[in-house]
Design a protein around this ligand. Sequence first.
Ligand SMILES: [Ca+2]
Ligand SMILES: [Ca+2]
Length: 635
Amino acid sequence: MRLRAPKSLTKTFAIIVLCLLSALFARAQDGPLWIEKIEPPSWWARHTINPVRLLVRGRDLKYARVSAEKGAPFEVFGQKANARGTYMFVNLRISPTARPGDYNLLFATAIGIKRVPFRINAPLDSKQNFQGITTDDVIYLIMTDRFSDGDPSNNLPAGAPAASFDRRNSRSYHGGDLRGVIDHLPYLKELGVTAIWLTPWYDNWNGVKTCDKPWCPSTYYHGYHAIGYYGVEDHFGDMQTLRELVAKAHALGLKVIQDQVANHIGSQHPWANDPPLPNWFHGTLQNHLLEKFQNSTVLSPHANRDEVRNTLDGWFSDDMPDMNQEELEVARYEIQNSLWWVGMTGIDGIRQDTIQYIPRFFIRDLSNALHRQYPRLWMVGEVFERDAAQTAFFIGGHKGWDGIDTKLDSVFDFSLWNVSLEVFTGKKPMRALRDQLKYDALYPDPSKITTLTNNHDTRRFMSIDDATLEGAMLHTAFMLSVRGIPQLYSGEEIAMEGKDDPDNRRDFPGGFPGDKRNAFSANERTREEQRMWQWTRDWIKLRRDHTAIRHGRLIDLFYDDDVYCYARQDSRETVIIALNRSANEKVITIPAASIGVRDGAQIVPLLGATNRTNVANGVAMLIVPAKRATAYRVN
Ligand SMILES: [Ca+2]
Ligand SMILES: [Ca+2]
């Protein structure tokens, strides 16, 4: 497609004169036109977003006129530079017949023309990629830096000071990377999980932060301070390795979830001191609101404007500039960025960080854009709240009082997680699980919730006061058999310890050169570790083997201070789960007739119990062993 010619020769002449004068002026000040990067650096033909809006970073851009090189299958229009000439926005409309390949954009000034490459990508196969996440999945969270170092050559990349890589400092890089994840895909397959969520792989600053606080010296090993939304962190690998990871995971039947962070960037991002537009952020590095975490002000229809603005516009921390999605250019940039990662890597889902600080209209627009291009793609939002009314407010499928349906596929169930930790460390009665689950009434479809055992921001179970291995086992069994999509945190399967961040992010034993033992291997695990590992695997397998656990209704059968028993039932089968946290065996009576189980039916142990029982007079008696979770099938 040809670039549209200017409408008249007079106009062309005027532009040339203007460019000439401007360029001469510019040269006197800053030197010639310079282009650092174009974002996105590539796109696709026949994409639901067309034209794609490019953000060009460089110098003297206001004196340049951009066009497509002859033969390039796109047209360029609508260019707009910022006042400093350091950024330019421009539309690129790609011809539906465009072939994948490398083409050029031309940036013309009076002193010459600069060619800048732009790629049209070959689309990935939509059958094997972009699969979405369902209740058939079990998600396994990996903090990439702390899982396995598969490539020691990237432990000190260019520009990284020696202190940035130090396994003795819990806030330094430890060397874990994408290669380490690839190397352990068979381990994950053996455990039985079906999806991996990796903490952010965006490019982050390689330096070491120093200060007089206890958390210094520190690095951005965790990935939540992006300095480039389009780069892969060089400690972790590169785009080629990332694509290899997704392809190899898919080949083994494992899905991949990317951790995306639309709410904020890191203060080392070039934007922090030179934003593309004056309103690119909510405020500036020097002058901004600081988040007070009054999260319920977004939920409440009665909140005043100032407190809502603080929640949505406040910076998560002073070194995390808050993106302004009310600015259309920001919203377009972020939506395109999200879709670009999906298209480039073939990932199946997204975990969206700190989503309740992002305006709800933007969550909706992002969700819609993702589903328009990749109908099965799934996004879960981190609404870190113990109040189910708050988490339910953010899930898609219903409108809030503000008239907005976020279309968000899932939210993490922090309310149930919190109650489960308290129950299985003896702080609340077992019936509290049922009492929490009744608030599923707030969700349009409770099966869509993502239930977590823990994550990289929470204490590990074994480091909570009064934790026991049996408690951890009950907590895991509950999360793997209750409604929703379960998510485990790497290391829970071997009952790792870890107090608050960053102690909860200890290295996986055996993942790193020089480790004394390898807990990825059964014969090097301790007895306790192996017990937890086998238990986790057994409950994952139970879930995989039973459609009722994955898709069925949840029906309460019995609850008191020490026992909770529920059925999972679909049109094919009934599975009964009984959890007993007390030190004594418990005999409970369940109302079998009320779930359609007739007299004479047998209740047969599947896991954790040995006694069969028959249904008589509409009820069945179950003998639930002490400190155990048990599962039964109705024959
Ligand atoms: Ca490494
Ligand atoms: Ca925000």
